[in-house]
Design a protein around this ligand. Sequence first.
Ligand code: ATP
Length: 376
Amino acid sequence: MAEVVFSKVQKKFGAFTAVHGLDLNIKEGEFVALLGPSGCGKTTTLRMLAGLEFPSSGEIRIGDRVVNDLAPGERDIAMVFQSYALYPHMTVGDNMAYPLKKRGVKRAEREAAVAKTADLLQLTPLLKHKPRQLSGGQQQRVALGRALVRDPQVFLLDEPLSNLDAKLRGYMRVELVELHHRLGRTMVYVTHDQLEAMTMSDRIAVMEGGKLQQFASPAEVYAEPANRFVASFIGTPGMTLMDGELAEKNGSWTFTAPGMTLPVGPLNESAKAGPACFGVRPEHVNIGSGPVSGVVQVVEKTGHENIVIIGLEGGQRLKGRVPAPRSWAIGETVQLSFDTSFAHIFAPGTHGERLNVPVAPISTKKTNLTTVKSGT
Ligand code: ATP
């Protein structure tokens, strides 16, 4: 088990910079997701940690060793990929034993390690089966087992659930979280699926354009997004973001967009009067009464709740979340208010920083890691 530290890591492919000056300090035993849209640099970051790519500059450390120049086999890591890449002609047991065999570990020791790992992953009854006889989820568990059998310091997982159907993904998410709790190993997990990142991680590194946008707990990236990009990327459905103008009078701030003027704040010292963006999550939109008027355009029914999409003056659309069966008819005019203590103000631009000071900040509360050491 070890901490993982990226210091000012940059990766260039020719003239193109895929990862810009990345600083990331992953604690011992932590489960960290690298999350971001396609092309954000998350896989390149993981591959540099694995030793499959080498940084153009900067330093990567695993435990107390700088690993920049070490080959993958010298890093004491194990990697699980999106494709299970099991050997079809070998049994489950032989697949799991393979990394040990390659390292010259003796048969008795191999068999003991495989038996222990199979027991942990509930694969014991399947040890004599061939991969084709297994379901997708079982095959992914064997791929995990092959990584676990060596007991490495750090696990690297590259979208390991993306080949599974939605139900199996949900099941494997729970299995992985349980496994992490039992093993207490450092795990770095690449995903573009924010639900996976939110439900499994101790902390999420949100990346975009090769740059780290925020590194914080799931609760924090949701409630205190560092900037407009993070605010728009996290949450299902996403936060409504409206462009408008910020104005200040006698220390009180207001935000104005077509058809609305709202009191906002408190804001931090970077706030300036002028163009700004107002952000509100669907659960903080109150539909029924309030100073803002809109027309219901679509109602998305998910069973337990309805997402109401409302058109505002000026063409802006916003989303409100209401528990089912409460709903509205399409075309109905509704009045709205916002729970402004949970709303956000961002500086202009796609990466505009958050300017409001959270009313009940999560960022100042201590984040406890809930992992336990293996053997306890
Ligand atoms: P995805 O989810 O699609 O895999 P990602 O966030 O993992 O995306 P990376 O695979 O890390 O993104 O790629 C980051 C950027 O670097 C992309 O623009 C990609 O085209 C580029 N890139 C990655 N590998 C290479 C390479 N070997 N040569 C040139 N460019 C590369």
